[in-house]
Ligand binder design. Structure first.
Ligand SMILES: Cc1cc2nc3c(=O)[nH]c(=O)nc-3n(C[C@H](O)[C@H](O)[C@H](O)COP(=O)(O)OP(=O)(O)OC[C@H]3O[C@@H](n4cnc5c(N)ncnc54)[C@H](O)[C@@H]3O)c2cc1C
Length: 559
């Protein structure tokens, strides 16, 4: 089978790569400012990405609830999972200060931001502080945002993953290449765009999951496979903080269900609470242990003091009913509720074991400025793919909105540039045809599991050293050569998966280079050969850029 090429070039002002939460919001914002906008989405915007089934909390600042002392708000949000290190303080201030605009807009398009009739903040909070996580009902968020985008004239192309960004000779974005995978036979689609936003989510499945045989049992959307990071890196955009990637935590072996807003206490096997935050289950605060120290479950197992559990045996009946049948439903994770019912597990009698999940790159990636623009002119980024801003859902959609607004000004400053004969098109066609025509080709899963093993064994979360990292990087490079020479794909779906794994290998390289270059121990990065923390690197973010003259690593100040 060969890939075909669509003759018609899709021309637009603003191409949105990924119609997840950040992408949809960015498209709406840009279209509202008069731009012609196209979304290219790998799956279907009505039900794709980490927000596919819903979300239930939205970190935000609402002055009428939190008061006028914005500095207090910043300090307290910094103590939650949406603040903390590895986020430029200016970016935290930016998304927080504009978060209420999104809340109001979403309410106007039919997302229930006040399911109880009032602004209700619950969970993910430090006891004694104000609460900032607005409890909302996100069940319909993807369909509502899709409709809002269509209503504003956005053209949505589902089943069209993007695999290349096109730059002109000056190094500015002029288009992209996607593949229509809606049919058995794939079709190459060429986009001519004055600006793009990469909103393809985090990079998951880089490490073995909690159930390695079931690769898609991942705590984030498994379709968010690092292509956004790879597109940016290959285009010469600066990436940051990959070396600080950690993982999530939640019900052990049930990663796909997500962590959820549990109302219980993190406890040992005897039911004794093991964290200092509260001694009674609290619907108001939730249990922040798994938010702020997700690695603790792994560490306790390694130390022989585990397992650790979510203990809801003292949670009131009313709160249990609410958690299982309202909160989990709003977040789209009520498969947990179904499972408990099917197995006749009563949370009043049984604790649920929690586990630390694998490393994923979310909020580690493209270094962006206050307009959401990367170091490549015309390339914006928002959401899990961005490396210097956190805030989960809220950070993703506010920066998506900001980027869409700024793109409206940016596109007026650049000329359209024809991409018809761009050399990348033929190179991509040739590569796809080679993969599709390899009768004896190896399956993408062979490369995917090899990559996961290399990442885990040589750049894992437990211990790293120059020797291990050097050996791992050599294996990774060898894997790239082998994969390019031997992988095969039988149809458009397999082609998509094969290109994903090649992108993941591409992202493994800057990650290895960054952890090698961080000659200290800090956060999730433990070096046996540099065990101390180098105070000179406090408040510094490591960056990496691929240039024509080689790779440039640096440490920049946070701003
Ligand atoms: C079960 C679960 C519950 C959660 N609950 C909450 C919550 O309550 N509150 C909160 O703050 N956060 C929550 N999160 C996190 C939140 O959903 C994410 O922070 C948010 O979705 C990130 O937005 P994003 O646009 O970066 O990525 P996503 O929303 O994941 O969107 C990325 C999109 O890009 C598409 N894509 C990927 N690669 C390509 C490509 N090459 N070309 C085109 N398209 C591509 C994907 O299909 C996807 O649609 C939850 C996550 C999960 C998994």
């Amino acid at each position: 089978m060969n890939i075909t090429k669509q003759n018609k070039i899709i021309k637009t002002d603003y191409l949105v790569i990924g119609g997840g939460m950040a992408g949809l919001q960015s498209a709406i914002s840009a279209a509202s400012r008069g731009l012609d906008v196209v979304i290219a989405e790998k799956a279907d915007t009505r039900r794709s990405g980490s927000g596919a089934n819903g979300n239930d909390h939205f970190a935000c600042y609402i002055p009428e609830c939190h008061g006028d002392d914005f500095e207090l708000v910043v300090r307290q949000v910094n103590m939650t999972m949406d603040g903390g290190p590895w986020q430029d303080p200016t970016m935290l201030r930016l998304w927080l200060s504009r978060s209420f605009e999104i809340v109001q807009f979403w309410e106007s398009i039919g997302i229930r931001m006040r399911p109880t009739g009032k602004w209700n903040f619950e969970g993910h909070s430090v006891p004694g502080n104000q609460r900032y996580h607005l409890k909302f009902d996100g069940q319909n968020q993807k369909s509502a945002l899709t409709k809002a985008a269509l209503d504003r004239g956005v053209h949505i192309m589902n089943k069209t993953p993007i695999c290349d960004i096109l730059l002109n000779d000056e190094g500015r974005v002029v288009g992209a290449v996607g593949i229509d995978i809606s049919e058995e036979q794939p079709k190459l689609i060429v986009f001519q765009a004055k600006a793009v936003i990469i909103a393809a989510g985090g990079a998951g499945r880089m490490y073995p999951g909690i159930t390695p045989a079931y690769m898609f049992n991942d705590s984030a959307c498994p379709a968010d496979a690092g292509t956004g990071h790879a597109l940016a890196y290959r285009s010469g955009a600066r990436l940051t903080n990959l070396d600080m990637a950690g993982g999530h935590a939640g019900p052990r072996y049930f990663a796909r269900g997500g962590k959820g807003t549990w109302i219980g206490l993190t406890s040992d096997i005897h039911g004794n609470c093991i964290t200092p935050y509260q001694d009674k289950p609290s619907r108001e605060n939730g249990d922040i242990a798994s938010d702020i120290w997700p690695g603790s479950y792994r560490e306790r197992m390694q130390a022989g003091t585990g397992p650790s559990y979510m203990n809801c045996t003292e949670t009131t009946d009313e709160d249990l009913e609410y958690m299982l049948h309202d909160a989990f439903v709003s977040e789209g994770i009520d498969s947990i509720t179904d499972h408990l019912k099917q197995r006749k597990i009563n949370l009043r009698d049984s604790m649920i074991e929690f586990g630390s999940y694998n490393i994923g790159f979310s909020s580690q990636g493209i270094d962006i400025d206050i307009h959401g623009m990367s170091t490549v002119p015309g390339m914006f980024a928002a959401g899990g793919v961005a490396g210097n801003v956190k805030g989960s859902l809220s950070g993703a959609v506010v920066i998506g909105m900001v980027a869409g607004e700024y793109a409206a000004d940016y596109v007026k400053t650049v000329e359209e540039c024809t991409v018809e004969n761009h050399p990348t098109l033929q190179a991509r066609l040739d590569q796809c045809n080679a993969l599709l025509n390899r009768q004896e080709g190896a399956h993408w899963k062979e490369a995917a599991s090899t990559l996961q093993n290399i990442m885990n064994d040589y750049a894992g979360i437990q211990i790293r050293s120059e020797n291990m990292l050097t050996a791992g990087l050599a294996y990774l490079r060898q894997l790239r050569e082998e994969a390019q020479a031997h992988l095969g794909a039988a149809n458009s779906h397999e082609l998509m998966r094969t290109l994903e794994v090649l992108d993941q290998i591409d992202i493994g390289e800057p990650f290895f280079l960054m952890v090698l270059n961080r000659k200290e121990s800090r956060g999730p990065h433990h070096r046996s050969d540099y065990t101390y923390t180098n105070m000179l690197l406090n408040d510094k973010f490591q960056t990496i850029v691929k240039t024509k003259n080689g790779v440039v690593l640096d440490f920049r100040s946070s701003w």
